[in-house]
Write a protein that binds this ligand. Structure first.
Ligand code: FES
Ligand SMILES: [Fe+2]
Length: 444
């Protein structure tokens, strides 16, 4: 299905690589807005294999730049964030958030370099509590942010969780679009006979082999997992992949209220920062805990991760306490008894254990794909083709400059009369959705 060369193309994210160059043409979330404090400590960030420094200046503006000072490459991480810029600790050159050189105090003849020497700064903006950077060719005229409802929508109940994962972004992203694993890895220990079926999500437990429908779209790809539901009805559970690494996953309840998205942002080839954003509760939806008929909730699914203390290391942020060094806290007795499929607590940790167990970059030539993998197969192909079109013809998906396409990319579920076309059912809901909140203009 995929050659060794294609696997390298799909997974490599540095400058000069096929996917790395493609990814750079889109806005990339780099950290939480709250991680950069005005005049606070500079923060080491690694994105797409690039070592960066992030800081917020006195006026609140955000700077994301190569961590190396343009003078002699000392790390600006050791610089002083002071009065409208960052001052390198080696010879005192100072730069504002746009990279403009403000001061070169060690130069005897200050008229010789009137414009100074700029730092390697990227375009930035903030939206929905996230800092974005743009690493692409249009530094003077970057594209608009995609209008993803979980990010652009208003509401105080936006839930944002970042998590470091020790594997390539693609095998982590593929977990998000590989829906049939849900019935095993996550809810394989739930007794379907005893389950309260009033929540349609329960059908992910009772029917383990959904029909997978897939299609290419103007923002990327989408699928539905189709299952028999109540008498004369079917359960359709949708998710979308959006260029370059977003997935609107079906965790926020019904399709109409759901406002969820994951960004699978490559730190480098072997590690990923997951940005999980959920605005569903503010929209009147939100995930309910699965329940048994007697009203007791199914336990151990939505347990949030515990994190190690943050360090200033390039990979020192948002690392879970449970990881490969402690086998993710697996409880073999719990697994043996059938109470849990994995013996590992919580959906995020279960995904982490399995995805990291495949190795940092999985060798896809060893796979034996099946009908359940249709979405994974399609998405890989669409991504590779789009990246090749950029490399060979300088053509990007229209979506880059049509951010409104993202409005129609939702993850969520619904019950429909048996025989309803999966795409027509979806489009009907999209046509009904009103009250979309117009996005704010990205700040310079
Ligand atoms: S290396 Fe930064 S001012 Fe000299
Ligand atoms: Fe999962």
């Amino acid at each position: 299905m995929i050659t060794a060369e294609e696997n390298i193309d799909l997974c490599s994210v540095g400058r000069g690589t096929l996917m790395g160059e493609f990814f750079r043409q889109f806005w990339v979330p780099v950290c939480l807005s709250s991680e950069l404090v005005a005049d606070g400590d500079p923060v080491r960030l690694m994105i797409l294999g690039e070592k960066l420094v992030g800081f917020r200046d006195t006026e609140g503006r955000v700077g994301i730049m190569d961590h190396r000072c343009p003078h002699r490459c000392a790390s600006l991480f050791f610089g002083r964030n002071e009065q409208g810029g960052i001052r390198c600790a080696y010879h005192g050159w100072k730069f504002d958030v746009t990279g403009k050189c403000l001061d070169q105090p060690n130069l005897e003849d200050k008229t010789k370099y009137p414009a100074g020497t700029p730092a390697y700064a990227y375009k930035t903006c903030e939206s929905g509590g996230l800092v974005f950077a743009y690493f692409g060719e249009r530094q003077d005229n970057p594209p608009p942010l995609p209008e993803i409802n979980a990010i652009m929508g208003e509401g105080d109940e936006r839930n944002i969780a970042l998590t470091h994962r020790d594997c390539n972004y693609m095998q982590a992203l593929e977990g998000d679009i590989d829906t049939s694993h849900l019935g095993f890895l996550h809810v394989g220990g739930v007794d379907g006979e005893r389950l309260d079926l009033s929540d349609p999500e329960a059908f992910t437990v009772t029917e383990k082999a959904p029909k997978i429908n897939v299609t290419e779209t103007n923002f990327g790809t989408m699928y539905s997992a189709q299952r028999n539901a109540y008498e004369g009805t079917e359960h359709q559970r949708y998710a979308c992949y959006l260029f370059p690494f977003w997935v609107t996953y079906p965790g926020g309840g019904g399709l109409e209220e759901s406002k969820t998205v994951n960004a699978w942002v490559p730190i480098d080839d072997e590690s990923t920062m997951i940005f999980n954003i959920d605005l569903s509760r503010a929209a009147g939806g939100g995930k309910k805990a699965l329940k048994y008929k007697d009203g007791t909730p199914v336990e151990g699914l939505a347990r949030p991760l515990e994190y190690l203390p943050t360090t200033t290391d390039w990979k020192g942020r948002w690392r879970p306490v449970k990881d490969a060094t402690n086998d993710y806290g697996i409880d073999r007795e719990w697994q043996r008894s059938g109470g849990s499929y994995t013996g590992i607590v919580g959906i995020p940790l279960q995904d982490q254990a399995i995805q990291e167990s495949m190795g940092h970059v999985v060798d896809r030539t060893l796979e034996h794909l099946a009908a359940s993998d249709r979405m994974v197969v399609l998405t890989r192909r669409v991504m590779l083709d789009a990246a090749l079109a950029w490399r060979d013809e300088k053509m990007l998906p229209e979506f880059v400059d049509r951010p409104e396409y993202a409005r129609e990319a939702r993850g969520g579920d619904m019950i429909v009369p048996k025989g309803t076309d999966w795409l027509e059912g979806y489009e009907e809901v999209m046509a009904r959705i009103k009250g979309y909140v117009a996005p704010k203009e990205p700040a310079e």
